[in-house]
Write a protein that binds this ligand. Sequence first.
Ligand code: UDP
Length: 328
Amino acid sequence: MEILVTGGAGYIGSHAVKALAEAGYTPIVLDNLSQGHREFVRQGVFYQGELGDTVLLKKIFTQHDIEAVMHFAALALVGESVSEPAKYYENNVIQTFRLLREMVKHDVKNFIFSSTCAVYGIPEKIPIPEEHLRAPANPYGKTKLAVEHMLEDFSRAYNIKYVFLRYFNAAGADYRAGIGEDHFPETHLIPIVLDAAMGRRKKVNVFGTDYPTRDGTCIRDYIHVADLAQAHMLAAKYLKEDRESGAFNLGIGQGFSVREVIDIVEEVTGKKISISEAPRREGDPPVLIADSTRAINVLRWKPEYSSLEDIISSAWEWHKRKPGNVLK
Ligand code: UDP
């Protein structure tokens, strides 16, 4: 039971590799290590290389009996996608096309795709169901939607089965396994607030305090990365049972504002966080909350670690251990 995991040395991918190995699969990881960390991959087989390297893909698909592909490898910064869209279309769409074309050539039928709530754009309805109109508000979301469309067409023509997993806000860490969030540059709220708690940053900029929400700051649905990893393993099982292709939201169904996240970080770490009220960040919807009923009912997904306290405590434990981080 070999599964190709692209981006398996990255934040979410490495947690999925661990979940797959624990469920008896052999992860075959392909990662160019542009954001990933070689030491995050402790199970399976590792290949360093580009997603669109058709020679390497051919070798992998020939040497291994790949039953499904999990595709994590992507660029995922909204702001950067606005200033450098070419990079996003090249990496997220063109490279993915090459991967899909090789899959078709080698008769690999199952694809599990790291999609995102960014495909919905500014939601018309909260919580957001999977049927919600897909109208992404930035190039990052558009590249993810382009891949969804590509798979829908490939599925009709070449009999590929797919699962789109639309993540909300991934956070937390399996720190006991030595894996967690480690991006450069870091732009995500929770690691930034934890950096401030460690004294590595003087203050946290709160982007927008005049949103139509309970305290004026944006509300997000934070989901523990280990729960996301479980959903991937369940999606692999689901496709093995030859069930229908489909999309699944992955969130907890509850939203927390930026200020609420900062408050919980203060409680968990015992450190005072200085904040600075900053202008809105372009492209940020005021509220994103998932309706994940389908994943719960159909994939039999049971998020276990996703109380915000658990998420932040695990992220804090990781943050203190992260190579290069020293508590001040
Ligand atoms: N945010 C913030 N300050 C920061 C980083 C993020 O106020 O330094 C806000 C951001 O505007 C958004 C929320 O925190 O409303 C979550 O942002 P993040 O980048 O973590 O995830 P996103 O929702 O963009 O995927």
